[in-house]
Design a protein around this ligand. Sequence first.
Ligand SMILES: Cc1cc2nc3c(=O)[nH]c(=O)nc-3n(C[C@H](O)[C@H](O)[C@H](O)COP(=O)(O)OP(=O)(O)OC[C@H]3O[C@@H](n4cnc5c(N)ncnc54)[C@H](O)[C@@H]3O)c2cc1C
Ligand SMILES: Cc1cc2nc3c(=O)[nH]c(=O)nc-3n(C[C@H](O)[C@H](O)[C@H](O)COP(=O)(O)O)c2cc1C
Ligand code: SF4
Length: 675
Amino acid sequence: MFPLYPHLLAPLDLGFTILRNRVMMGSMHTGLEEHPDGFRRMARFFGDRATGQVGLMVTGGISPNDAGSLGLGGATLNDSGDGHRLITDAVHQAGGKILLQVLHGGRYSRHPDAVAPSPVASRINHHVPRALSNGEILQTIEDFASCAQRARDAGYDGVEIMGSEGYLITQFISLRTNQRDDDWGGSFENRIRFPIEVMRRTREACGDDFIILYRLSLLDLVEGGLSWDETVKLAQALEAAGATMFNTGIGWHEARIPTIMHSVPRGAFTWATARLMGKVKVPLIASNRINDPAQAEALIASGQANMVSMARPFLADADFVAKAMARKADEINTCIACNQGCLDYIFKGKVCTCLVNPRACYETELVIEPAPSKKQIAVIGSGPGGMSYAITAAERGHQVTVYEAADRIGGQFNMALAIPGKEDYGETIRYWGSQIKRLSITLKLNHQAEAAELQASGYDEVILATGVRPRALDLPGIDHPKVMSYVDVLQEGKAVGERVAIIGAGGIGFDVAEFLSNADGPGDPAKPDIDRWLREWGIDRDPSHDGGLSPAGPVMQSPRRITLLQRKAQALGRGLGMTTGWAIRAELQMKGVELVGGVTYRKIDDAGLHITVDGEDRVLNVDNIVICAGQEERRDLNTDLLASGMTVHLIGGADVAVELDALRAIEQGTRLAAA
Ligand SMILES: Cc1cc2nc3c(=O)[nH]c(=O)nc-3n(C[C@H](O)[C@H](O)[C@H](O)COP(=O)(O)OP(=O)(O)OC[C@H]3O[C@@H](n4cnc5c(N)ncnc54)[C@H](O)[C@@H]3O)c2cc1C
Ligand SMILES: Cc1cc2nc3c(=O)[nH]c(=O)nc-3n(C[C@H](O)[C@H](O)[C@H](O)COP(=O)(O)O)c2cc1C
Ligand code: SF4
C-alpha cells in the first residue's frame, strides 16, 4: 500500500553492493537516550554508522508518554524534540535515513505508574500495572500518533512501532495479559484493535510519505502467545491500516528461551520471517543473530526476507556495510553475541558499549588521533588486551611489534572458541589478524619475549599483556593423574573420561561443563544446526502451537556424567552475565550436569574426589577432576623490565586476573593506546 521502498521488492544485484539498501541497523536503547549529553553522543553514534554506509537505522525505544517510559526518567518524545534534530541532521548529512522507535513499556515499565490492558504483573517487573480506562486507551493511541508526528517534525524519516517482545502492544494482543471484557479485550478482533488503531492514527497524522515500520512478534515464545494464523491476520490488518514494512520480533522478554545470546545459532529465527513472505505485500525484515555479510546476502537472495536487520553488529563495527561493499569482509569486527558490553550493561543501568569495540557509544570521548610523536612499541602477548592495544597504537602511527609465545594470536580466546556456542569468538581473532596485515604490525609468533632482548631492541615502551596462569589448588592428591586443568582440556586436548568433576563454577567452569557435555564439540558458526537447537529449547517450526512453543528437551544426551562444584553456598552461576547466565545454567541442567554448591574439598585419590556438602562426606567416583579454580596474573617479566629502566604498562589479565574479562582487557588496551 505504501511502497516507499520499491527496490526491496525488485530482483537482486548480488555482490555485497546490495547491502547498503538492504541492511537496517535495528533498534537499541543504549542508555544515551537518558544521558545529559545524550543527543550529542547519539548524533555521533548514528552519524558514524551512516558514514559507514548503513542506509537505514532505528533509534532505541522512546516512549510516547510518561506512563510508557521504561523506567523513572526514561526517554519520552512528548515535547518539541529539539535534541533529536542533532541526530537526524547528522544521519542525513552522511546520506542515511533514520526512524524513531516508539515503544510503550506497558507492564514492563519499571516505575509505580506502569499501565497495561489489565492489572497482570510480569515475572520480570515487581511493579503491578494499573489497568487503562477506555479514555486512557484512546489517549495512548493519540500519544503514539503525536509522538510520530513530533518525530517527523524533528526530521526522522519514519517511525518503528514496537509491537513485539512483550511490551504494551503485545500485552493488548495476548490473552495472557489482556483480561478485558470491553471493546479492547476478549475476541481476537478486539485484542488487535489497539495496534490497528495505533497504526491507522499514526498514518493519518503523518501522511503517506512517512515510513511506518511495525515490529511484529512472529514468535511470542510464551504460553498464551498468538497462533500463526492469528499472526498472519494481524500482519494483514496492519498492512491495510498503513504499515510500510514489517520488522521481525522474537520472544517476549519474560520468555524462558534465549533469543540473542551467543549460544543462539546464527540466523536461528529467519525461517519465521520467511514463513510470512508472500502473506503480505510490503517488505519484510529478518532479525536476530545475523552478523555476517555473506549470511545477510544469502538470506535476501534466497527470498527468505526482503531486508535484514542487524543491531549489535553495528555496535561492534560502525563500518560493517562499507567494509562488506568494499569486499573487505575479513576486516569486519564481528559481534560475538556475548551481551557483556551491551545488554548486560543496560540491565545494570550503564551506558551500553561493546566488548570488541569499546568506542561504541563513546565515539565523542574515546577518540583515536594520529600520535604527535611516533614511538617503537613492544606488545608482549596477543590476547584481547595486547591486540587491542597494538591495533589502536598502530592506527595512531606508532611502530608496533607483537611478541607471542604461542604459534597463533588470540590468547585465551583460542580456548573460548572451542566452547560450543562460542564459535564466533574465532571471528575476533580473524579480525585482529586482518588488522595486523592492514596496519603492518610486526608479529613474532613462537617467540617468548625476554627482558634482555626487549631492552637491547631499544623500545620506547613495553606493554605487558601476558595474561594469566591457572591458579594452583592446595589440596591433598592434587598431583594425582586424574587431575587436569581447563588448559589441559581446552588447549591441549587431553582425553577426559566419562565421569568428571569440575572444581570451580566461575565462567570457565561453566564453559568446561558445556564443552564436556556436548558430544559434537564446537561447530561451524556459518553452518549451525538450527533444527537441533530449536528442538532443545522447545521452539515450534511448524505453525501448530500457540506462541511457537513445543515440548523442550535435550536432543543429544551428554556423553559424560558431570558434576560442577563450588565452595560458595549460594546458587551456582551468580557471577555469569545477567542476560545470559540463566540460559547457560538451563543448558547444563538440560544435559544433566549436576550443580553442587557449599562444597569443602578434602582430597583426591584413586577412589575419586572426596568432598563434604552440608556436613555430609561424599566421594565422587570420577575418572577426571578438572580444576577451574581461578587465575593469577602472569607478569614475571615485569620485575626484570622495570629493573632495566624500561617504561612498562600492564594491561588485561596481567594487570588484574579476573576470569571472563575480555571486556576490561580490550577497553584498557584501547584506552591506553588512544591516550
Ligand atoms: C574457556 C574460556 C572462555 C572465555 N570466555 C570469555 C567470555 O565469554 N567473555 C570474556 O570476557 N572473557 C572470556 N574469557 C576470558 C578472556 O579470554 C580473558 O579475559 C582475556 O583473554 C584476557 O586477555 P589478555 O590479553 O589479558 O590475556 P590472554 O588472552 O591470556 O593472552 C595473553 C597472551 O600472552 C602470551 N604470553 C605470555 N607470556 C608471554 C611472553 N613472555 N612472550 C610472548 N607471549 C607471551 C600468551 O601466550 C597469551 O597468548 C574466556 C577464557 C577462557 C579460557
Ligand atoms: C543493548 C540493546 C538494546 C536494545 N533495545 C531495543 C529497543 O529499544 N527496541 C527494540 O525493538 N529492540 C531492542 N533491542 C533488540 C535488538 O533490536 C535486536 O532485536 C537484538 O539485538 C537481536 O538482533 P542482533 O543479533 O542483530 O543484535 C536491543 C538490543 C540490545 C543489545
Ligand atoms: S558486547 Fe558482545 S554482544 Fe554486545 S555488541 Fe559487542 S560483541 Fe556483540
